[in-house]
Design a protein around this ligand. Structure first.
Ligand code: 3AM
Length: 189
């Protein structure tokens, strides 16, 4: 099964992402927009794992949750990956002032590494994917439009992390939460 670790988003944040997608609807042909049930904040991608590892992963995730503090995210500006050239992903940015989100990601990297998952080589760049590019023939207009979006800032508390199973289908990925783990670390209120 294909697994990743994520934070679920509130309905308010999902509504704000949908609004931004509508503002960019001129690019509907170039972009495959994610649906509301596909929206999440990824902490760590684990990839294809044998079903027999499910218990190990659940236990490692519980250990991470025990040492990770709850945090509050602020979702606002829009951007593209990569930062230059042909756009592959359109996203909304995530900020977290206390450092607890970066720490949670770091706990993920080190604890999943202990059970055999490679550390991510790229720096953690928290984002909410709005869409992925099918074929960009927009000559830079997509990037310009994304960078011009003025979205309101929305905040959300994150109090649990989830192990998510991703099933790839011809109609896109379907996600199902297979376990939830309350963040219990630190001295956050
Ligand atoms: O939607 P986002 O970007 O938050 O990009 C993929 C998605 O995250 C990411 O895992 C999430 C669920 O699919 N992902 C997919 N393949 C990946 C890989 N090989 C990956 N992240 C890192 N390495």
């Amino acid at each position: 099964m294909r697994l990743f670790i994520a934070i679920e988003l509130s309905d308010e944040i999902k509504a704000s992402l949908r609004k931004t997608q509508r503002e960019l609807s001129a690019f509907d042909r170039a972009v495959r927009w994610v649906t509301a049930d596909q929206m999440h904040l990824t902490l760590k991608f684990l990839g294809e794992v044998p079903d027999t590892r499910a218990d190990d992963i659940r236990a490692a995730t519980e250990r991470i949750a025990q040492v990770s503090s709850p945090f509050e995210i602020a979702v606002g500006g829009c951007g593209c990956f990569p930062p230059k050239g042909r756009v592959r992903v359109v996203w909304m940015g995530v900020e977290e002032a206390s450092g607890a989100l970066a720490e949670c990601n770091e706990h993920c990297e080190s604890i999943y590494a202990e059970i055999g998952f490679e550390r991510e080589r790229r720096a953690f760049s928290p984002h909410l994917t709005l869409g992925r590019i099918r074929e960009d023939k927009t000559d830079g207009r997509l990037r310009e439009a994304v960078e011009a979006v003025q979205a309101d800032i929305h905040r959300q508390k994150a109090t649990e992390m989830c192990v998510v199973q991703s099933t790839l289908t011809p109609h896109g990925a379907r996600y199902a939460i297979i376990s939830r783990h309350s963040l219990k670390g630190g001295d956050a209120d």
